[in-house]
Write a protein that binds this ligand. Structure first.
Ligand code: BGC
Length: 756
């Protein structure tokens, strides 16, 4: 009976079919006209469900709220069957039968996990980035999810911040290209396609600039730096059509982003033309009170709504505004606008047509963790790893002799996916030990293994580092474990050390000030190095780390980051030469944590010593160089690439014309390999201070041994411009610009271009 009544009120809603005869607008107008104030507010409410919570879990009767039309969506509930059941409550048991949005932190894959975003960015392969998002969407949507809280595009210059692992590194140009590729991958050409999901670009804005790298802290970039660095990837994602945006926890201009009208309306909607909806981050609304800009949750809710927030994650502040509207403290019109945006999102996702379109268990069985997806993830993981050092071509290893695999990251399954892998099923993934075992099968090579050390000496610190089921503590003494490691290492021809951070040492709320090799592992490495045997360090990390000792004492270092579900096979592929490493750093690696914040995009400044070393009355440290240990864009290969001289088609350029910068690259080694050719510019004189060097183009090429290829970049005002300080409009002023091409930010060839 209830069903029939609902069907009469909103034709088609509960029957799961939108009325054929109504246009999109008419359908939504018609629906809005049926809704009570409380039901409209309900659409703005996003409580959490499931086991995964990132803030305080709330006691609530979610099912009852859904029945009463007080819920617009849910997040982090896993499984098509569970989601179908909850959707059924919304569609069949609420008065208007409006379907729910189901969101999840699908950050770098669903069950097939791709490398953590920082690692993925090191592939510089936009097709791979897009494909990873497409596969994530195909799997998540088969399991009930239609909305992902990704891409995270926060630019970060500080390796202390744990969430640097979730972004694409330090560069706004590369970050923008990745942001677009992710949105394209998730959303495809049609959001109503059951294999695509809505993207949510986050955290808007500037979250990556948290002071001192400390989680949830304040940020201070001024407008000039905001526009020229931090804002660009968010804008790129919006321009690519991202359906939603998540407001950041931090303040911008001293006002929390969630309640910041300048940010959410003036910039995002009026200047950038964003058409989708804005959701707060977890309890971001009520945190206006913590920030001390509001004294009650109602005040916070009104401020956020009026600033342009449409959906409230977990605070349950917007849903409680009915009295405020009736008393005239909050405008009904603003609620209508927000509610309409939420309904439009559901409409675009095709939920009114078929609320269960993302709950197809047959499709789930076919696509989730399919061999094809896993093969793609393995390939992409291989592209994301960066070979930092390889003295005397120690790598690739031959599949022969005795290999000792040692380290606390060698035999752990749950750590391989990396942080923020909500849907991961580690029991289906391999450990490094298993990956190497499989790669060596039938070769006669012998693989020995021992753990050698815990992650950290301090059990309490290790418990924090391995939370969320990553626990791996060995209760033997450090001495006992080390003695066994040395005994095994002595029998080996080569040692592979699988060491570094456990996966939860980066990610949300994992800021750290000690970013060197964890103590117990460092001490073990020192002892192993004394044996004089060749050591390959397979290094795991979710952030840039300080690898001074390792660089000075070990012949080969592979920065593996966290490669996702296929990490183990991808590491084996590289170690044994099935795959030629091609990753390039998207954050420079520091020499000392005290260098932070820093970026290769050093702004022009007075008193800079170009050599970066100490000189009195120059901007530098007296105890460490200004330079990184490994520069932005850096990475080795098993082959060698020679760069010919760079040419410019003309050294003069009218401001409305273009020139071409070219270089010929030759693979001078013996193996097929990929190189990332990088274009940098340096504007010598501009009204606003510009970096000495900033990335403005790149191309990833693959060459056979002996093969040469010319790579060209069109240089025009768009590629050279910047947001000038007075108007914050994209501008190029006449003058000299250095055009540079090279293999990384420190090894470039330069030609001078005069813009007239
Ligand atoms: C994080 C977001 C995430 C949300 C939902 C928050 O704590 O900052 O990135 O999407 O939780 O899980």
């Amino acid at each position: 009976m209830a069903l029939m009544i609902v069907a009469l009120i909103v034709p088609g809603c509960t029957s799961g079919r939108k009325a054929e005869t109504l246009s999109d607008d008419a359908f939504l107008d018609n629906l809005m006209a049926q809704m009570t104030l409380e039901e409209k507010l309900g659409q703005l409410n996003l409580p959490v469900t499931g086991d995964i919570v990132t803030g305080a879990a709330r006691e609530s009767n979610v099912a009852e709220d859904i029945r009463n039309g007080k819920v617009g969506g849910l997040f982090n509930l896993k499984g098509a069957q569970a989601i179908r059941e909850v959707q059924r409550i919304a569609v069949e048991e609420s008065r208007l039968g409006i379907p729910l949005l189901f969101g999840m932190d699908v950050i770098h894959g669903y069950e097939t996990i791709f490398p953590i975003p920082l690692a993925l960015s090191c592939s510089w392969d936009m097709a791979a980035v897009e494909r990873s998002a497409q596969i994530a969407a195909a799997e998540a949507t088969a399991d009930g999810i239609c909305w992902t809280f990704s891409p995270m595009v926060d630019i970060c210059h500080d390796g202390r911040w744990g969430r640097i692992s979730e972004g694409s590194g330090e560069d706004p140009y590369l970050g923008s290209r990745i942001a677009e590729a992710m949105v394209r991958g998730y959303q495809g050409a049609d959001l109503a396609d059951p294999a695509t999901m809505m993207a949510c670009v986050k955290h808007f804005a500037l979250y990556g600039a948290v002071e001192a790298g400390r989680e949830y802290n304040n940020v201070y970039p001024d407008d000039f730096h905001m526009f020229n660095e931090y804002l660009q990837p968010y804008k790129a994602a919006v321009d690519a059509g991202a359906g939603s945006v998540m407001a950041a926890f931090n303040t911008v201009h001293g006002v929390p982003a969630t309640g910041n009208k300048w940010l959410l309306t003036d910039l995002l909607r009026d200047r950038w033309g964003f058409q989708g909806f804005v959701v707060s981050d977890y309890c971001g609304l009520e945190q206006l009170c913590d920030h001390g800009v509001c004294s009650t949750k109602e005040e916070a809710a009104i401020q956020c709504l009026e600033a342009g927030l449409d959906m409230d994650m977990v605070s349950a502040g917007l849903v409680a505004l009915a009295d405020a509207v009736r008393a005239g403290r909050c405008s009904q019109k603003t609620i209508d606008v927000a509610c309409r945006r939420m309904l439009e999102a559901k409409y675009k996702l095709g939920l009114f047509e078929d609320p269960y379109r993302y709950c197809d268990t047959t499709r789930r069985a076919q696509v989730v963790l399919s061999p094809e997806h896993r093969a793609e993830a393995r390939r992409i993981a291989g592209e994301s790893m960066v070979l930092l050092k390889n003295d005397n071509d120690l790598l690739p290893l031959r599949k022969q002799g005795t290999i000792a695999l040692i380290g606390p990251l060698a035999n752990t399954r749950p750590n391989m996916s990396g942080t923020w892998a909500v849907a991961a099923v580690p029991e289906h993934y391999k450990t490094i030990r298993e990956g190497l075992r499989d790669a060596l099968e039938g070769t006669g090579a012998k693989l020995l293994y021992t753990k050698g050390s815990n992650v950290l000496y301090d059990p309490q610190a290790e418990a924090i580092a391995t939370m969320f089921g990553r626990e791996m503590r060995d209760n033997r003494s450090a001495e006992e474990m080390r003695a066994e490691a040395l005994r095994i290492a002595r029998q080996a021809d080569v040692i592979i050390a699988a060491m570094g951070e456990a996966s939860e040492m980066s990610g949300e709320c994992s800021s750290r000030v000690n970013i060197e090799m964890p103590d117990a592992q460092h001490d073990l490495l020192v002892e192993l190095a004394k044996l004089g045997k060749p050591i390959v360090l397979v290094h795991f990390a979710g952030r840039p780390t300080v690898l001074n000792w390792e660089t000075d004492h070990l012949p080969a270092i592979l920065e593996a980051w966290f490669g996702g579900s296929e990490t183990a096979d991808a590491v084996a592929d590289i170690l044994f030469g099935e795959v030629n490493p091609s990753g390039r750093l998207t954050v420079q690696l520091p020499r000392h944590v005290g260098q932070y914040p820093f970026s290769y995009r050093q702004m022009r400044t007075s008193r800079l010593n170009p050599g970066g070393e100490f000189a009195k009355y120059i901007t530098c440290y007296s105890d460490v160089s200004n330079w990184p240990l490994y520069p932005f864009g850096y990475g080795l290969s098993y082959t060698t690439f020679e760069y010919g001289p760079m040419t410019l088609s003309n050294d003069q350029m009218a401001i409305d014309q273009s020139v071409t910068a070219s270089v010929t690259i030759t693979n001078t080694g013996k193996m097929r390999g990929s190189e990332v050719v990088q274009l940098y510019i340096g504007d010598r004189v501009a009204k606003g201070v510009r970096p000495y060097k900033e990335l403005r183009g790149f191309e990833r090429i693959t060459l056979e041994p002996g093969e040469s290829r010319e790579v060209s970049f069109t240089i025009d005002a768009d590629r050279l411009g910047y947001y000038e300080p007075a108007t914050l409009q994209w501008t190029l002023e006449p003058g000299e610009v250095e055009i540079m091409i090279g293999r990384n930010a420190r090894e470039t060839d330069m030609r001078l271009l005069t813009v007239q």
